[in-house]
Design a protein around this ligand. Structure first.
Ligand code: NAX
Length: 328
């Protein structure tokens, strides 16, 4: 009997969904030997467009794709799911306050957290992409009663990949040679992309780049503001790269990741490195290939790093405070 992994994707008719679904159907997460069933969630008015996406998926005749379910009911989308990719959320409206956005999206993630607890598979993993992804993840996790909190993570993989690309280009090396970049804190422009433990082609990044002023200034700012730069250039937010990052993040949960090149995942803080306990925040992680992560411990953090990370941790604390009524 061949194995089929059930992957639920929310916001599936959105622009990230459009780039993400073919990647999943091609085996990007579970590999070329594992069949996948897609369970797609959208809001009711968008179901006709989602139907078009389903038709296109069928027309690709992906060898690994066994079925496509389209629904506006979270309990149907998450039923027996092995992996839930929570991509759908509401964008910030014109003139809308951050708190209102957090609260509005919070309602979505309460419902989805509950539905995951009620119907997802017994070994489900949940990856939150929809922004503000750290706090949305916290809300879903806290409302998914009975699902172990470490099954939840939020995505800073795109930031990690962006940082690797910037470091590589500065050092005139290929990005595949950049290892061990960490994104501390929130997936927002307060995030702290930390190069201090990174290597480029085996050489410490600071030595390979040989430009501390660039690392502490333009490098940080470019990674923090990359999303905005893409909107300015494309007129739309990053989708292709976000879809790739979502697959890379999920794949790193289901394959072994070592300290040779750790994954930067936003996961539940136990207080390590000074990250306030109970937040969903960026950490360097290894994984066991069975969906479980472990924090990389014992890394030195200098004053600069602590100061930068604290700015982002404080923002996450503020966000948590704003949504405290939603934390089941
Ligand atoms: P789109 O607006 O193109 O698509 C979002 C889709 O979600 C829409 O089709 C909408 O109908 C659907 N949706 C809204 N509420 C829903 C609900 N309750 N249930 C199911 N579906 C729902 O946005 P897109 O560009 O695809 O981005 C999706 C999310 O990813 C946004 O929140 C965006 O900010 C976030 N991003 C996160 C990134 C990260 O690194 N964590 C990077 C990329 C991206 O900005």
């Amino acid at each position: 009997m061949s194995m089929v992994k059930r992957v639920a994707v929310t916001g599936a008719a959105g622009q990230i969904g459009y780039s993400l679904l073919p990647l999943i159907a091609n085996g990007s997460i579970f590999g070329p030997g594992v069949k996948v069933a897609l369970q797609l969630l959208e809001v009711t008015p968008v179901l006709p467009a989602l139907e078009g996406v389903r038709m296109e998926l069928e027309d690709c005749a992906f060898p690994l794709l066994t079925s496509v379910t389209c629904t506006d009911k979270p309990e149907v989308a998450f039923r027996d799911a092995d992996l839930c990719l929570l991509v759908g959320s509401k964008p910030r409206g014109k003139g809308q306050e951050r708190k209102d956005l957090l609260m509005e999206n919070g309602q979505i993630f309460i419902g989805q957290g509950r539905a995951i607890a009620a119907t997802a598979g017994p070994d489900v993993r949940v990856v939150v992409v929809g922004n503000p992804c750290n706090t949305n993840c916290l809300i879903a996790m806290r409302n998914a009663k009975g699902v172990p909190p470490e099954r939840f993570s939020a995505m800073t993989r795109l930031d990690q990949s962006r940082a690797k690309a910037q470091l590589a280009q500065k050092a005139k090396k290929h990005w595949s040679t950049v290892k061990n970049v960490t994104i501390w804190g929130n997936h927002s422009n307060t995030q702290y992309p930390d190069w201090h433990h990174a290597t480029i082609d085996g050489v410490p990044a600071a030595k390979a780049v040989a430009d501390d002023a660039w690392l502490q200034g333009p490098f940080l700012k470019t990674v923090q503001e990359r999303g905005k730069a893409i909107i300015e250039a494309r007129g739309k937010s990053s989708a292709l790269s976000a879809a790739q990052a979502a697959c890379d993040h999920a794949k790193s949960l289901f394959t072994v990741t070592t300290k040779d090149d750790w994954a930067s995942l936003c996961v539940l803080s136990d207080g390590s490195y000074g990250t306030p306990e109970g937040l969903i925040s960026g950490f360097p992680c290894t994984t066991d290939g069975k969906g479980n992560w472990h924090l990389v411990q014992g890394l030195a953090m200098n004053e600069f790093s602590k100061q930068k990370a604290t700015i982002s941790w404080n923002e996450l604390l503020e966000e948590r405070e704003m949504v405290k009524a939603l934390l089941g």
